[in-house]
Design a binder for this molecule. Structure first.
Ligand code: SAM
Length: 231
């Protein structure tokens, strides 16, 4: 009884999130809106933030990382124009929320998370919620996942200094890559579409993501240096 009331409550909050945060800002793809209505975002946020699970904001998930704002998740997903047969790669699993949304719309999702503890938690959560077509791997995803390439879509959910060449190389013909590119603090969400040996490029919207680390990302030592100076 209590459980079904809580579920009904969260469903209402999701519906309001879809109307006020997504449709009102121009997210129109019915499949994306349906996925955003279906995925229980409250299962992906830490207990302390449960009341804010459907708020119009990113939220902390531990280890200095965040679950992205619902609008950004929906916008990135819409930009990827996913088809039900698509094979998708995500870099930056975090809580696993974006991976769940992608798994709703595509055939299979590989998601890589640099921080082992976050990767383990996201893997367990996705399994518990029944996302059998999503695989979470721990490690540096900035060079992609060559052994599973090519991908129809690649979604990078951390801010990169440049578009990593290995990710472009791992796109299938007609494949789409969305990635925040810019400084460590602010970026532009960029779409790259493979056309033969060329790539069409389009900037979508300014954004703010935590930094992409690893071989093709920002140097972690630089961050420690910035923190030391600030102290
Ligand atoms: N998509 C996530 C979600 O739905 O909760 C939010 C991702 S959070 C904004 C960015 C994530 O990228 C962080 O969890 C961070 O640890 C991860 N990350 C940063 N550099 C990475 C790398 N080189 N490989 C894999 N993950 C990375």
């Amino acid at each position: 009884m209590v459980r079904s009331l809580t579920d009904a409550c969260f469903r209402l909050l999701r519906e309001s999130m879809v109307r006020r945060q997504l449709e009102a800002r121009g997210v129109r793809d019915p499949r994306v809106l349906e996925a955003m209505r279906a995925v229980p975002r409250h299962e992906f946020v830490p207990g302390a933030y449960l009341l804010f699970a459907y708020a119009d904001t990113p939220l902390p998930i531990g280890e200095g990382q965040t679950i992205s704002q619902p609008y950004m998740v929906a916008l990135m997903t819409q930009t990827l124009n996913l088809q039900p047969t698509d094979r998708v790669l995500e870099i930056g699993t975090g809580s696993g929320y974006q991976a769940a949304v992608l798994a709703h719309l595509a055939a299979s999702v590989w998601s890589i998370e640099l921080r082992e503890r976050l990767a383990r938690r996201a893997r367990e959560r996705l399994q518990r919620l029944g996302y059998t077509n999503a695989t979470v791997l721990a490690g540096d995803g900035s060079r992609g996942l060559d052994e599973q390439a090519p991908f129809d879509a690649i979604c990078v959910t951390a801010g990169a200094p440049r578009v990593p060449q290995p990710l472009l190389d791992q796109l299938a013909e007609g494949g789409r890559l969305v990635i925040p590119v810019g400084s460590e603090c602010t970026q532009e969400l960029r779409l790259m579409v493979r056309e033969g040996s060329h790539f069409k490029e389009r900037d979508i919207v300014p954004c703010m993501f935590v930094p992409l680390r690893g071989a093709e990302g920002w140097d972690e030592e630089e961050e420690e240096h910035i923190v030391r100076i600030a102290e």
